[in-house]
Design a binder for this molecule. Structure first.
Ligand SMILES: [Mn+2]
Length: 282
């Protein structure tokens, strides 16, 4: 039995199948974990979404910013739409409602039942312990699974003005920070104030805003954290974190990290999209 953590798919279904063949994936024995952004920009988002859903108890995923964008698009939210979106086949599929209903009930954080290992899409702010992060992720998951999910997605998602955390912030603003942190963060200050401007690879000289995982007093260093979202990190292993988005969509690699052997398996992907600016909430 093996647990494979698989980087951002973004609709790259054929590379996923090729990678699974390469690692001799055994559906009856192995677990597949997906770090989110399973859809958008690539050519086969519908196939990716149906596949991850079909895994049932042998699969896990966490929600990434593009997955949230898909849920919002299904509710008719236009403001994040971009020319590079490839979500139409999902929105027009006969099983669209079923897929979206399943997707919105997926978690923001997954914790391994035995190992000190955690998966999130973008990261965990340095000021949160693992126990706190679990509690905060559940606050959002409860809303997404409850009656207010449409209100939350339509009106309260992704405001880039919500950048700062305090344990006493409440209401929609609190939930917005939690989603911004788990699904969008790259750089932040030691107290978790988010910086949405910087997207590139870290330079050698860090200022106040650093990659979320390099802050020396980070309170969640007692677990290995697996994440995607940040392709320019190039598959970093260090700081007790493992970056798994290795740029499949852009003609880079698709990564499957085996938890048991701590080995990276990769598949060289054909380029499926051109990097360009878009209005999608990155
Ligand atoms: Mn992402």
């Amino acid at each position: 039995m093996a647990t494979y953590i698989i980087g951002d798919l973004q609709g790259c279904f054929d590379p996923l199948q090729a990678l699974l063949a390469q690692i001799n994936y055994h559906p009856a024995k192995d677990q597949l974990w997906f770090v989110g952004d399973i859809v958008n920009r690539g050519p086969q988002s519908l196939e990716c979404l149906r596949f991850v859903k079909s895994l049932g108890t042998t699969g896990q995923m966490v929600l990434g910013n593009h997955d949230f964008h898909l849920i919002a698009s299904a509710l008719g939210v236009e403001k994040y739409r971009a020319k590079s979106d490839t979500l139409e086949p999902i929105l027009n599929a006969p099983d669209a409602d079923e897929l979206i209903n399943w997707l919105r009930q997926q978690p923001l954080l997954v914790k391994h039942p035995q190992y000190a290992a955690i998966m999130v899409h973008a990261g965990i702010p340095p000021q949160w312990s693992v126990e706190e992060a679990l509690k905060y992720s559940k606050e959002v998951e409860t809303i997404l699974r409850g009656e207010q999910w449409q209100d939350f997605i339509k009106h309260h998602l992704f405001g880039s003005k919500t950048r700062e955390w305090h344990p006493l912030i409440s209401g929609w603003e609190r939930l917005r920070y939690i989603v911004n942190a788990f699904a969008r963060m790259r750089y932040c200050d030691p107290h978790g104030k988010l910086d949405f401007e910087q997207k590139g690879a870290p330079s050698s000289s860090f200022g106040r805003y650093q990659p979320w995982f390099t802050h020396p007093n980070r309170r969640n260093k007692d677990h290995q954290i697996f994440f995607g979202h940040w392709s320019t990190l190039g598959g970093l292993d260090g700081y007790q974190v493992h970056a798994t988005d290795t740029g499949c969509l852009w003609g880079g690699l698709l990564t499957a990290y085996c938890l048991e052997t701590q080995q990276r398996h990769t598949y060289q992907c054909p380029q499926a999209a051109q990097p360009k600016k878009s209005r999608s909430p990155a």
